[in-house]
Design a binder for this molecule. Structure first.
Ligand SMILES: C[S@@+](CC[C@H](N)C(=O)[O-])C[C@H]1O[C@@H](n2cnc3c(N)ncnc32)[C@H](O)[C@@H]1O
Length: 205
């Protein structure tokens, strides 16, 4: 079946959004992980890893992480594997996380959540596979204002079906499973939409 992300995979490194959105996001994640006293053996899942640029940066910065990249685009996974031969990779849809029985210390999802058909189901499964004191770093462009919605309407023309949740919508989606520990807004240029960088912790059951 045609997957638009297979088309973008080979072109991804050259996208204009690298400068104002994707690269600053990777820098944010590196900064967030730098706050860990000890990263030795931490199990990290990069959900919707794309062509593995974040995995590359993470493994450069922290030599001892145990990283797995997951994506449902064959081409994205192929490129990430070539780029990151030491990382594990899973070619699968985030909707099928119920088959996964691994547990992770850190789950990262950058610019991927808007494309999940049922994000609520994804977060339900993330609750199951995140260790009790684990963290989720979820970063995505958010349709928070009319301006954001307008800009993201244009972005959507290049990606197909997408829902860029507002802050309220996102908190509602995650609320049965997670709460927001920290929120930073990445906005490198005034014309960029709001990018929310959320750190999530488990709601204790
Ligand atoms: C905009 S790219 C983001 C890639 C990378 N995380 C980054 O920040 O540059 C979105 C990625 O999410 C993946 N994706 C979208 N929906 C998915 C799903 N349901 N399951 C797994 N991966 C998905 C796409 O294949 C694509 O690689």
């Amino acid at each position: 079946m045609f997957n638009i992300w297979d088309y973008w995979a080979g072109r991804y490194d050259r996208l204009w959004v690298q400068k104002y959105s994707l690269k600053p996001t990777r820098e944010y994640i590196i900064k967030a992980l730098s706050k860990y006293k000890n990263t030795e053996g931490l199990r990290v899942l990069d959900l919707g890893c794309g062509p593995g640029e974040l995995i590359r940066d993470l493994t450069r910065e922290f030599k001892n992480l145990d990283v797995t990249g997951l994506d449902f685009s064959e081409r994205m996974i192929e490129i990430s594997k070539e780029r990151n031969p030491s990382a594990k990779h899973l070619l699968m849809d985030a909707s099928d996380l119920n088959v996964l029985d691994e547990e992770y210390d850190i789950i990262i999802s950058t610019h991927s959540i808007p494309y999940y058909k049922e994000p609520g189901d994804v977060f339900k499964n993330l609750y199951r596979i995140l260790k009790p004191d684990g963290r989720i770093f979820a970063v995505f462009a958010s349709g928070n204002s009319l301006y954001d919605k307008l800009i993201l309407g244009f972005v959507k023309l290049t990606t197909g079906r997408a829902n860029y949740p507002s802050d309220i919508e996102f908190r509602r989606i995650i609320s049965p499973f997670f709460k927001v520990e920290n929120l930073e807004i990445i906005r490198k240029k005034f014309f960029m939409p709001r990018i929310g960088a959320y750190t999530l912790i488990k709601v204790k059951s």
